[in-house]
Design a protein around this ligand. Structure first.
Ligand SMILES: Nc1nc2c(ncn2[C@@H]2O[C@H](COP(=O)(O)OP(=O)(O)OP(=O)(O)O)[C@@H](O)[C@H]2O)c(=O)[nH]1
Ligand SMILES: [Mg+2]
Length: 230
């Protein structure tokens, strides 16, 4: 890892990702630093993250949104990236995304998952993503085909959106608010790989997880309709 001040902090929400982190953090690009947000891990995630040179933040409230928000608040660099900690995504996809934002091509760069192997993206998760991304594309005008699984933007811009969801509707609320705030978004293809061996799915990898995620998305959509998210 580069020792100079980082341009971009990579926020990694982690629940029990000790087996994945050595793979995820094997190659942190120059100019990036890592903030691992641990909430409720029981497998030594925090110790592994620290031993690999990451800063560790603890969040007591469970949920993807709670972890991401804590990481963004704790970040100190001008730009923040958010990436999953299960080794399904690679950090080497981040520098071109950061460059797109720094060079003024868009307020935020988001990833579009391209599976590198069969079976990586279960049909139920993929179908849910397709429906929501299509709705978002039509309602926001963003040229997107995925739900911002990996993203980069200026930290201050993100905090200014005042996203409230602390569970799994966070990325959807982010996109709705970004659209209302007049952001521009570019989407870039990113590798989507099998999650690391020895780790388990928390969100959409199971039918139960997808159902829970859809419920959280439904809440965000109800709020959008009631004009509470504007
Ligand atoms: N801190 C924290 N992280 C979480 C929580 N739930 C999920 N995560 C992390 O959020 C990221 C995404 O979770 P995943 O379980 O990979 O979700 P997914 O990619 O939809 O599902 P898979 O297809 O099974 O990988 C991972 O890095 C998880 O460790 C949580 O409650 N707290
Ligand atoms: Mg995953």
């Amino acid at each position: 890892m580069d020792n100079g001040p980082a341009t971009c902090d990579i926020v990694i929400p982690c629940r029990d990702e000790a087996a994945a982190l050595p793979l995820v953090l094997a190659d942190v690009p120059d100019g990036f630093a890592v903030v691992v947000v641990d909430n409720g891990s029981t497998d030594g995630t925090a110790d592994v993250a620290r031993s690999l040179g990451a800063r560790v933040v603890h969040e007591t409230r469970p949920g993807y949104g709670a972890a991401v928000h804590a990481g963004v608040e704790a970040a100190t660099a001008e730009y923040v990236a958010v990436v999953d900690g299960d080794d399904s995504m690679v950090l080497s996809d981040l520098p071109p995304m950061l460059a797109a934002v720094r060079d003024g091509h868009a307020t935020m760069a988001v990833g579009r998952r391209r599976p590198v192997a069969r079976g990586v993206w279960p049909w139920h998760a993929r179908a849910g993503t397709l429906v929501l991304a299509t709705w978002l594309r039509r309602s926001s005008g963003f040229g997107i085909h995925d739900l911002a699984p990996m993203r980069v933007c200026r930290r201050d811009d993100l905090l200014d959106l005042s996203i409230e969801d602390r569970r799994f509707g966070y990325p959807l609320e982010l996109m709705v608010r970004a659209s209302a705030a007049g952001w521009t978004v570019v989407e870039r293809d990113i590798d989507y790989r099998p999650r690391a061996a020895g780790t388990t799915s928390k969100v959409s990898g199971s039918l139960r997880g997808t159902t829970r995620t859809i419920k959280d998305f439904g809440r965000v959509l109800r709020d959008v309709r009631a004009e509470r998210v504007r």
